[in-house]
Design a protein around this ligand. Structure first.
Ligand SMILES: *[C@@H]1O[C@H](CO)[C@@H](O)[C@H](O)[C@H]1NC(C)=O
Ligand SMILES: *[C@@H]1O[C@H](CO)[C@@H](O)[C@H](O)[C@H]1NC(C)=O
Ligand SMILES: *[C@@H]1O[C@H](CO)[C@@H](O)[C@H](O)[C@H]1NC(C)=O
Ligand SMILES: *[C@@H]1O[C@H](CO)[C@@H](O)[C@H](O)[C@H]1NC(C)=O
Ligand SMILES: *[C@@H]1O[C@H](CO)[C@@H](O)[C@H](O)[C@H]1NC(C)=O
Ligand SMILES: *[C@@H]1O[C@H](CO)[C@@H](O)[C@H](O)[C@H]1NC(C)=O
Ligand SMILES: *[C@@H]1O[C@H](CO)[C@@H](O)[C@H](O)[C@H]1NC(C)=O
Length: 452
């Protein structure tokens, strides 16, 4: 692999100027050193391993899903760098949030639990299986079974009653956004389905992935130019679309398509290759400025959730280079250039190493937090993708995480919650939310959860 020329932004402490993260990306040791500092600053936000705190939760203002996403980044951190420093914390965090039915539906999170929120934890378990992250100790299930648990519960929620299919954003009727069908929830389901098919060879998962893609595309949530939009509301039979675009929506369909490409041949493979090419092309057109990744909201205000989205596009672009090797020539320089720019923002906070949001500016923009930190970590460690072993699922016969095809399908916990009477407060909240969507106030920015 070719590495970017050295992009050192290190200023020695004691020179009076601000310190920064040493960013010599010209060799693996330099990349790992930069990732190590960024990872350390990321984990400094995590309080779940403190006495009396709850493992797997981040403090406010971070929602539950973002912790699931963050531990996915930490699984990847180990995979790319071999640094085991955070493995124990990561394992304990994921284990604590698996829920009573081993499907990432912990009862404490009922009010924040949408299909996308559950999906991000499921993606973390899927990654752990793919990269051979050490399995949970019995009686806990294998990573594969946890991902299957998420998949199975979501397959049961496929909604033929409205708009001809698709998953709703929310799982529970009393949560705001139950009438919205969003692209990221369906993207999580599509992506996990494609990856379970690759891992297990079970074509049922691949059929679901096909079906989900088809629904999303038929609804116009992926258009003929390969733009990927935010979602649509069942109130008008999914006629109007929310046309906001986010990096993570493009990324989750890109990697899912690459995963399907990898396991097909003939005309089916040609179809997925065209989708990979189209999505990648439009991703570059939409989200990169001179090779540096940018979230569109950076032109205005990005909320706490949105500040983390570049982490997922980074993560999924890197994985795409391995499953669809013809994309590497396009993606590798984007990762190199974006990471060099991203690390230049890591000059804030007490240690002058906290990263900012706007990579295109070449300096810290005054914004920092878990999302900013996670995004810079993913893009930085992604420079190591060409020299990291393949996902075990991509090399036939090497995946050995313990699975359970029936995982999560008997979710008594979920049923008892669904059947809980809806309170007046819940109804008022839902009606208010629907009104906001209808007048276009919330729609696109209604990523993840809004309630509470
Ligand atoms: C649920 O909340 C209780 C009370 O804060 C806590 O003790 C428990 O660990 C939480 N469980 C999960 C899975 O977060
Ligand atoms: C609603 O949309 C679905 C597809 O999105 C279509 O199959 C169905 O005919 C539509 N129903 C009505 C009443 O327009
Ligand atoms: C194509 O895939 C099918 C089913 O997955 C398989 O039976 C067949 O051997 C493959 N053909 C080639 C040329 O790889
Ligand atoms: C890539 O995007 C450009 C600019 O929109 C467009 O002209 C071209 O047809 C696209 N190529 C593919 C393969 O989609
Ligand atoms: C599928 O992924 C593996 C692992 O990266 C790769 O070696 C193989 O070439 C890919 N298959 C195709 C058809 O590109
Ligand atoms: C799976 O295989 C890897 C080596 O490829 C090994 O390190 C790991 O312990 C195995 N896991 C299980 C659950 O057998
Ligand atoms: C394939 O997955 C489906 C869906 O979970 C399951 O019902 C079926 O038993 C699986 N088949 C095999 C051979 O494991």
């Amino acid at each position: 692999m070719r590495f970017l020329q050295s992009a050192a932004v290190c200023v020695l402490a004691g020179q009076g100027a601000s310190a920064a993260v040493t960013a010599d990306l010209s060799n693996p040791a330099g990349i790992k050193a930069a990732a190590k500092q960024v990872a350390k600053d990321l984990m400094s936000y995590y309080t779940g391993n403190n006495p009396g705190d709850v493992a797997g939760n981040l403090p406010a203002p971070y929602y539950w899903w973002e912790a699931g996403a963050m531990f996915g980044t930490m699984v990847n951190y180990w995979y790319y760098t071999g640094d085991t420093t955070y493995n124990e914390i990561t394992t304990a965090a994921i284990l604590h949030q698996t829920g009573l039915e081993w499907d990432f539906m912990p009862t404490n999170q009922t009010k924040t639990l949408g299909n996308d929120d559950q999906g991000f934890w499921g993606l973390t378990a899927m990654t752990a299986a793919e990269v051979n992250f050490p399995e949970l100790k019995k009686p806990a299930p294998g990573w594969l079974a946890l991902a299957q648990g998420v998949f199975n519960t979501q397959a049961e929620r496929w909604d033929l009653q409205n708009c001809g299919g698709g998953l709703r954003w929310q799982i529970f009727p009393f949560n705001n956004g139950y009438s919205y069908k969003n692209t990221i929830s369906n993207g999580c389901f599509f992506n996990i389905g494609a990856r379970l098919a690759l891992y297990t060879g079970n074509t049922t998962y691949a059929s679901w992935a096909e079906k989900t893609w088809d629904w999303v595309q038929n609804e116009g949530l992926i258009d003929e130019k390969w733009n990927v939009f935010d979602g649509t509301n069942i109130g008008d039979n999914c006629t109007a679309k929310d046309h906001n675009q986010w990096t993570y929506n493009a990324g989750i369909y890109l990697l899912g398509a690459a995963t399907m490409y990898n396991q097909t041949n003939g005309t089916a493979q040609a179809k997925w290759e065209e989708r990979v090419n189209g999505l990648l092309n439009q991703t570059v057109n939409t989200f990169f400025v001179d090779g540096v990744m940018k979230e569109l909201c950076e032109g205005g205000q990005c909320n706490v959730d949105q500040r983390s989205f570049k982490a997922y596009l980074s993560r999924w672009l890197a994985a795409t280079t391995r499953l669809a090797p013809f994309t590497a020539a396009t993606i590798t320089p984007l990762i190199a250039k974006s990471s060099a720019a991203a690390l230049k923002t890591c000059t804030a906070g007490g240690g002058n190493t906290q990263c900012g949001l706007k990579w295109t500016t070449g300096s810290n923009d005054g914004s920092f937090g878990v999302g900013e930190q996670m995004a810079v970590l993913e893009i930085t460690q992604s420079n190591l993708v060409a020299q990291t072993p393949d996902w075990v699922s991509a090399v036939k016969g090497t995946g050995n995480s313990t699975g359970n095809v029936d995982a999560g399908s008997n979710s008594a916990t979920a049923d008892s919650i669904i059947n809980k009477p809806i309170t007046t407060k819940d109804r008022v909240g839902a009606a208010f939310f629907t009104a906001l969507v209808l007048i276009g106030v919330v729609g696109g920015s209604a990523t993840m959860m809004i309630s509470e």
